[in-house]
Design a protein around this ligand. Structure first.
Ligand SMILES: C[S@@+](CC[C@H](N)C(=O)[O-])C[C@H]1O[C@@H](n2cnc3c(N)ncnc32)[C@H](O)[C@@H]1O
Length: 526
């Protein structure tokens, strides 16, 4: 008999789990193979076992409990759509029936109503205007757009999920009586749906964040949409939407905070700065299942309204505070970070600091990571014994000080999984700093200490114009920490962020020892 053999990777995709889980289940017998070959029948049996609640091994159950059967769910949703149940209720039921792993993989987190209402409040005269949600899910943006007066005939939506598309159509029919032909099950990024070069007056969406797509597709999209090296689906959707936005059309997107403040999204931010940006809104942790914060921009594809030096952006922390920032004030922030939570006056200080003569750590230092032991309990000891030396964690590093050592490691670092170039740890002088922290906390080390991977290090190039002590005092200062927080707003001290900071070295020509007061005076901000 010829067996219908399938690969481990395929099995993992079908079951929505990692390749490692498949290997584990085969190993512990939860997932049976036939003559040592994994077949489609084996996968189907496994799924049936799970659905009929047969006893799987406790480990398999734990790993598998987050899985729903999409085929069965699709049948249920199809029936619900034919029933008297309202489209709104089917939408809620559908989203809550999807497993977390599936939602994560496909980027399916439908936008809460209060955010949609808030984002669409800037839509003006809607008569004859077209509206697109390129990945409409169950139609939350579309339904609100119709409620705002967009004609249901002028509303367009795409989604790769057939259930979501069917739910959106039902909801449109329920609120307007219109049988829409413009809600289509298709991959928007392939742009086939809008091949006849249709363009839209309004494009509002919450695209999938960080959905995995094939490398070849990413390269194709980058070429197709001129999106440079952006890799995240949220940014690729941004560029794809721009392609079909009318001149003077309005675009609004709900995105992960990384779009606003991480280096790899800089291309998208530079592109957005060529539009007229109307609003930035920080909605905080809008999705309870996600750690990531949700933030939105709303912008106009400036034709008649080119952004000028006076263009103002309404910046909001939702329900907390609002202020205006000039669009220009984002142009010379490092990496074009949209640090819209700070006010114009604070942004002026940042720009003033960057306008003074300064150097940076970029190309002026060698960098090293803390040691990854692979198993601290096994490799490190709590007591000092022969051949063991202290090793410091991020939390042991204090503002220009060190906590008493409480961990020790074999001096030759035997058995450690990842170790930087030894000469970096052994450098006669180096700076060690906490990695996970919302402020820069660093220490000038002259005793060749080892650090674990919750800390990192750098060694200055010889010609660096200020001393280690001066630099460490500066980096630990309240002013530099304010600057760091105001630009990067992060909980990780990344090398690339430290490298972007301005080091005002000339201050030390007049002041041998750092003080907050004389520094602010030097910057003329007292
Ligand atoms: C975060 S959900 C948001 C749905 C809807 N826009 C909302 O705000 O409620 C993202 C949606 O994108 C869809 N999607 C993922 N990749 C897509 C693609 N290439 N083309 C169209 N839709 C896609 C998913 O099925 C999902 O419904």
């Amino acid at each position: 008999m010829k067996l219908n053999k399938i690969s481990i990777k395929n099995a993992a995709e079908q079951l929505n789990v990692s390749v490692v889980s498949i290997h584990n289940w085969i190993k512990d017998g939860s997932l049976r193979t036939t003559d040592n070959i994994l077949t489609q029948e084996n996968i189907d049996d496994f799924r049936d076992d799970f659905l009929k609640n047969k006893k799987l091994s406790s480990r398999a159950n734990k790993q598998y409990k987050d899985l729903h059967n999409h085929k069965t769910l699709t049948e249920v949703i199809k029936n619900d759509l034919q029933s008297a149940m309202s489209g709104d209720d089917v939408s809620l039921k559908y989203e809550s029936s999807l497993s977390e792993s599936y939602k994560n993989k496909e980027g399916i987190y439908y936008t809460p109503k209060y955010i949609i209402e808030d984002m669409l409040k800037s839509i003006g005269i809607t008569e004859n205007k077209t509206f697109l949600d390129p990945c409409c899910g169950s139609g939350n943006f579309i339904i609100e757009a119709i409620k705002k007066g967009i004609s249901p005939e002028n509303v367009y939506g795409f989604d790769v999920d057939e259930n979501a598309v069917a739910i959106t159509k039902k909801r449109i029919k329920e609120i307007s009586g219109h049988d829409s032909k413009n809600i289509i099950c298709a991959d928007f990024l392939s742009q086939q749906p809008v091949a006849n070069s249709q363009q839209f007056d309004y494009i509002f969406t919450n695209p999938p964040w960080g959905k995995k797509i094939k490398k070849a597709d990413k390269v194709r999209y980058s070429y197709f949409y001129n999106s440079g090296n952006v890799l995240d689906t949220s940014a690729i959707f941004y560029f794809a939407c721009l392609n079909v936005l009318k001149k003077d059309g309005m675009i609004g997107m709900l995105l992960p905070d990384s779009f606003f403040n991480i280096g790899s999204f800089e291309n998208a931010r530079i592109s957005l700065l060529s539009l007229k940006i109307n609003r930035f809104v920080d909605y905080g942790k809008a999705f309870k299942e996600l750690m990531t914060k949700a933030m939105a921009f709303i912008a106009t594809n400036a034709n008649s309204q080119q952004p000028t030096a006076n263009s103002q952006i309404q910046c909001e922390i939702y329900n907390v505070k609002k202020h205006l920032r000039s669009q220009e004030s984002f142009v010379d922030i490092p990496k074009h970070i949209f640090n819209f939570h700070i006010e114009e006056s604070e942004s002026d200080i940042i720009r003033r600091v960057f306008s003074l003569p300064h150097i940076t750590l970029k190309d002026n230092a060698k960098w090293g990571l803390g040691i990854i032991t692979g198993n601290n309990e096994k490799i490190c000891k709590k007591e000092k014994t022969n051949g063991f030396v202290p090793i410091y964690r991020g939390k042991d590093i204090l503002k220009n000080d060190l906590a008493e050592p409480s961990l020790y490691i074999g001096e030759n670092l035997e058995g450690c999984r990842q170790v930087a170039d030894l000469c970096l740890y052994k450098a006669p002088e180096k700076v060690i700093y906490r990695f996970i922290s919302n402020r820069i906390v660093c220490f000038y080390d002259t005793e060749q200490r080892y650090i674990l991977n919750s800390a990192n290090l750098f060694v200055l190039n010889e010609e660096f114009p200020i001393s280690y002590s001066q630099l460490v005092d500066l980096l630990n200062s309240d002013f530099m920490n304010w600057l760091f927080r105001s630009i990067f707003n992060t909980h990780k001290i990344l090398r690339s962020d430290l490298e972007a900071l301005p080091i005002i070295h000339e201050y030390f020509k007049e002041n041998e020892v750092f003080s907050e007061k004389t520094f602010k005076k030097y910057l003329s901000i007292l």
